[in-house]
Design a protein around this ligand. Sequence first.
Ligand SMILES: CC(=O)[C@@H](O)[C@H](O)COP(=O)(O)O
Ligand SMILES: NCC(=O)COP(=O)(O)O
Length: 237
Amino acid sequence: MTKLSVNINKIATLRNARGHNRPDLLQVALDCERFGAQGITVHPRPDERHIRYQDVRDLKKIVTTELNVEGNPTPDFLALVHEVRPEQVTLVPDAPDAITSNAGWDTIEHQIYLLGVVTELKAIGCRVSIFLDPDLAMVKAALATGTDRIELYTEAYAQQYAQNPAAALAPYRAAAELAKELGIGLNAGHDLDLENLAYLHQNLPGLEEVSIGHALICDALYLGLENTIQLYRRQLQ
Ligand SMILES: CC(=O)[C@@H](O)[C@H](O)COP(=O)(O)O
Ligand SMILES: NCC(=O)COP(=O)(O)O
């Protein structure tokens, strides 16, 4: 079964626009779970432009599925993760001013560094996932970091899907097959939506979790949050 983790960054963006507590991020997280989300994902960025560090602390107290915290393992991020101990930490090599995540790790260049971070986070009981482009050399080198999983960065797949689904999928399938062979778990995310999700799910062996935020929250504006989460879950059956 492929789990759906709903990324609620955009709910925090909306809340922060007015400086009050509407929408209530914690209530939305609880409602996402009630509507069928099998995890909640957040990506606190250094400028806290959407998810704030305090949100992560508060979410850990109430999320009953799985909390997945994404981010670049800066000293501040690592201190937060040590305090909160989410079920999963996804390491993403974002620059502090990145508009959104825009690349996976170079697991060859940063192998020793990642090994240290992965070891540290596994020692406190977190599952660790490393955000990666679908590049076989990067998947292979991820093994030596000791990571539990990789998360394939699906922006390129999402961009190409409409023109040529098979070509869009090919590097992801090869990466997924290699991860499986190496015994590394598999997540995927970024720009997944109701158009491109089912095909990815049907064709990626061993896909354990997708984290979806931007498109899902946009769809919810028209379709409602409960209906939207159910529709995304249906793509994963
Ligand atoms: C790690 C990843 O894939 C991102 O999609 C991210 O979680 C989205 O972050 P923003 O909501 O800040 O664009
Ligand atoms: N890890 C990907 C994620 O959490 C959500 O990405 P997006 O759906 O907001 O592009």
